[in-house]
Design a protein around this ligand. Structure first.
Ligand SMILES: Cc1ncc(COP(=O)(O)O)c(C=O)c1O
Length: 384
């Protein structure tokens, strides 16, 4: 099988990085569950010496991820957090990073509780506001770390404009593309230098693997990521690589359905009398609807949040869901609901949660790919 250079996006998702297995012709890349490789003679091997450094299943996944994000190389890690950690391990004492203010709670915890111990400083900025981003730069700024759409209040950042700001000041733009997936948003096409994912979410898509990846374009980043992946060793296992590779085959199909269901639930909630606010960039009254259409032209995905009157009301609603499961995480084929203030964002101090608009009455939905009428029925009964 040879992937034509003219291949379109969903064909790339399905085939990139994979050739029939050279020893048997198996169409699916096998799980190379080995720690080492026998060498033909001293100094002669097949490109594989030790499985922390190279593994064929992981290499196939990395080739696939690089192709679908439009990068030059990808590196697969044991979790989304270890992927983010691999990027920031390159920073030195005194370096400064601009971060989207309502970034994933675990990212905030890594920056605030771990990296500040090494003398790295962080400014948490509403990167939806380009003037605020511009004002946050210092001569020491090395990275701008953006999440768009954000979790859980679905704010967007203009990637092309932010890339221009960063590059004019010698900083790199890193985009956490977990919420959108490369089907809906390809940050490298907008000027990002690196894209990071929790593959745990949409890329794997079946809620049965924890993993992460970084996709890069510049030689210096690729060199660093290869070095740190091997040096720190937080690699994705062969089995998890196999699972994510299986996941990306159906990514385009799944994302279309996630987006369709996300929009339908957002529209339903907007007209519900007990809902005080809906957060979904695919609704025309979202303040960044125009940017969403430009930056995510094929849909904005399955993530949405809404507010009810109070925390007590949110608790009642959350405890009534039957088909939708109360759980952390997102991006799987099954619909999940969560209470960000006490679950995914519990590590974010209350005053910061307030500043980013994350109220105790907020409920987040990760819309799966079930029949939309079943999801609406469950939502209707849970709202009471
Ligand atoms: C946007 C985002 N980035 C990164 C992570 C971290 O990924 P992982 O849980 O795979 O370490 C998450 C996890 O929820 C996330 O939502």
């Amino acid at each position: 099988m040879k992937l034509p250079t003219s291949a379109r996006f969903s064909t790339i998702c399905l085939h990139a990085g994979q050739e029939p297995d050279p020893s048997t012709g198996a169409i699916i890349t096998p799980i190379y569950q080995t720690s080492t490789y026998v060498q033909d003679a001293l100094g002669q091997h097949k490109g594989y010496e030790y499985a922390r450094t190279q593994n064929p299943t992981r290499a196939a996944l990395e080739g696939n991820l690089a192709a679908i994000e439009g990068g030059r190389a990808a590196f697969a890690f044991a979790s989304g957090m270890s992927a983010i950690s691999a990027i920031t391990a390159r920073l030195h004492t005194g370096d400064h990073v601009i971060v989207t203010d309502n970034t994933y709670g675990g990212t905030f915890r890594l920056f605030d509780k771990v990296l500040t111990r090494y003398g790295i400083t962080f400014s948490y900025v509403d990167t939806a506001d380009l003037v605020a981003t511009e004002q946050a730069f210092t001569p020491e700024t090395k990275l701008v770390f953006v999440e768009t759409p954000t979790n859980p209040v679905l704010r967007l950042t203009d990637l092309a404009a932010t890339a221009a700001l960063a590059h004019a000041r010698g900083a790199a733009l890193v985009v956490d593309n977990t919420f959108a997936s490369p089907v809906l948003q390809r940050p490298i096409e907008h000027g990002a230098d690196m894209v990071v994912h929790s593959t745990t979410k949409y890329l794997n898509g079946h809620s049965d693997s924890i993993g992460g990846c970084v996709v890069a374009v510049r030689d210096e980043d690729i060199e660093w990521l290869r070095f740190i992946q091997n040096s720190a060793g937080a690699i994705l296992s062969p089995f998890d690589s196999f699972l994510v590779l299986r996941g990306t085959k159906t990514l385009a199909l799944r994302m279309a359905r996630h987006s369709e269901n996300g929009l339908a639930l957002a529209e339903y909630l907007r007209s519900h009398p007990k809902v005080t606010r809906v957060y979904y960039p695919g609704l025309p009254d979202h303040p960044q609807y125009d940017l969403a259409r430009r930056q995510m032209p094929d849909g904005v995905g399955g993530m949405l949040s809404f507010e009810v009157a109070s925390f007590e009301e949110a608790r009642l609603v959350l405890n009534r869901f039957r088909l939708m499961s109360l759980a952390e995480s997102l991006g799987g084929v099954e619909t999940l609901v969560c209470h960000p203030a006490s679950m995914t964002h519990a590590s974010v101090p209350p005053e910061r949660r307030k500043a980013i608009g994350l109220s105790d009455a907020l409920i987040r939905i990760s819309a799966g790919i079930e029949d939309i009428d079943d999801l609406k029925d469950d939502l209707a009964q849970a709202m009471g």
